[in-house]
Design a protein around this ligand. Structure first.
Ligand SMILES: [Mg+2]
Length: 439
């Protein structure tokens, strides 16, 4: 769940706010909705709910003496920790998530640094999702602190007039989150996920922004392509080299040429530029703190020792597998995260031929994903293993009984693993380890 670090681009939000900030009162906003771009005529109403400074806000809520202070959540600087969230006060010093803690401390010497508790954040995240589920069954968490909602089917309940339905629903949702969790969130509303996602950050914190497709295009057309969701530095550079500077340039650039230069991502780029992705919001089948299971570790000293990396990956895989079994999940995808000494981070994943909770399969898959350059050449700073695309064990067993019959090898492996888990639970983690972990 610490993948959150950096991804909500907190530093960038501040810049965005400055670029776009035309603050509208709620009254003005609802007046604006009466235009011809009224949500009444939308084919879909998608919301993006994004908690404000989530981890830091939870810490401040739990300890009001932190209010108004620069709060920084993340790993300790002497263990080369990274900022995973920070309060808006800390952001004013230039601190943002994903930044090494040591740097954050230099920028903001009076910052209150908190180690944080992923378990607690996961718990609050689940509470948040439960509230969202009261508005629609179509809730898809994007990370621990944000989710998409397809509320098209809920509009009638919030009508009178229908054009104001999204606004009324969003206001109610924000109020419920505030009352129940004592936290604020920012909500973006649009006809597609991309519009909703881009809208939610326009008026952070505690924002509520409704954007028609027309308004989305007006608002972003002359902005640099880097403002778009998912367009990182590298992609922006590649586009700039093709003289695509603004979002409008991207829209106008001939599709066939873009495909030639950018491959498959060309289509996605065109889609986000126009704001018309047709991607659905998928109903979740389990709560977000169980959406994926991952463990990662930052080394005290960078390593090029392949055997050491191997052993670390195995240890991480054992932990992941054990949590999968405890929560009765099987993973369809295994992913590896590796960070170099120069902070270059690579994640690779692989879909398995059969879902699994077996540490050997998870380890072998993760190890096979380790890029050549990290096998003894580039020093490794961090390694992580993640089990993703989880399915409930029961759902699958029923399915395979119908299709292939029980897989006897997998079943005996899984029995063995369960026995090992129960021994570990009684005697502690170090009692049973796969061969290579015993040194
Ligand atoms: Mg957030």
């Amino acid at each position: 769940m610490f993948e959150l670090a950096g991804h909500n681009g907190l530093g960038r939000n501040v810049v965005l706010n400055k670029m776009f900030f035309e603050h509208k009162s709620a009254k003005e906003m609802s007046d604006n909705i009466n235009s011809k771009t009224s949500p009444k005529n939308w084919d879909r109403v998608i919301m993006h709910v994004d908690m404000d400074a989530f981890f830091a806000a939870i810490e401040i809520r739990n300890d009001p003496s932190l209010k108004g202070k620069p709060v920084i959540v993340g790993g300790p600087a002497d263990k080369r920790g990274v900022v995973s969230a920070c309060s808006y006060e800390a952001r004013e010093f230039g601190v943002h998530s994903g930044m090494p803690m040591a740097r954050a401390q230099r920028l903001c010497p009076d910052g209150v640094i908190i180690g944080g508790s992923l378990e607690m954040y996961g718990h609050v995240s689940t509470q948040m999702i439960k509230i969202l589920l009261d508005y629609t069954p179509l809730v898809e968490p994007v990370s621990v602190d944000e989710a998409f909602l397809d509320v098209t089917g809920s509009m009638k309940i919030w009508s009178e007039p229908l054009s104001h339905a999204p606004l009324r629903l969003a206001r109610d949702l924000k109020k419920r989150i505030k009352e129940n969790l004592d936290l604020t969130c920012s909500v973006g509303v649009g006809q597609s996920r991309i519009i909703a996602k881009m809208a939610s950050k326009l008026e952070k914190p505690d924002g509520l922004t409704i954007l028609s497709r027309k308004r989305y295009r007006e608002l972003f057309a002359q902005k640099p392509v880097s403002v778009l969701w998912g367009v990182g530095e590298k992609t922006a550079h590649a586009l700039n080299r093709m003289k695509i500077i603004t979002v409008a340039d991207l829209i106008e650039f001939p599709a066939d040429q873009l495909i030639k230069r950018m491959g498959k991502s060309a289509i996605w780029l065109k889609t986000i530029a126009k704001g018309d992705d047709t991607g659905k919001v998928h109903a979740l089948d389990h709560l977000p703190d169980e959406k994926s299971i991952s463990h990662e570790t930052t080394f005290a000293k960078d390593s090029t020792d392949l055997e050491y990396l191997r052993t670390t990956l195995l240890a991480l895989s054992v932990k992941v597998a054990r949590r999968l079994r405890r929560s009765e999940f099987l993973a369809k995808t295994v992913s590896l995260k590796v960070r170099s000494d120069s902070f270059k981070t690579i994640t690779r994943d692989k879909t398995l031929s059969q879902p699994t909770d077996d540490q050997t399969i998870i380890f072998k898959t993760a190890f096979s994903l380790l890029p050549e350059e990290f096998r003894g050449k580039v020093p490794v700073r961090l390694l992580g293993v993640k089990a993703d695309s989880l399915v409930k064990r029961n759902d699958l067993t029923q399915l395979s009984l119908f299709t292939h019959g029980p897989d006897s090898h997998n079943q005996s492996m899984s029995k063995l693993n369960k026995t090992i888990d129960s021994i570990k639970e009684r005697f502690g983690d170090s009692s049973v380890k796969p061969g290579t972990l015993i040194r």
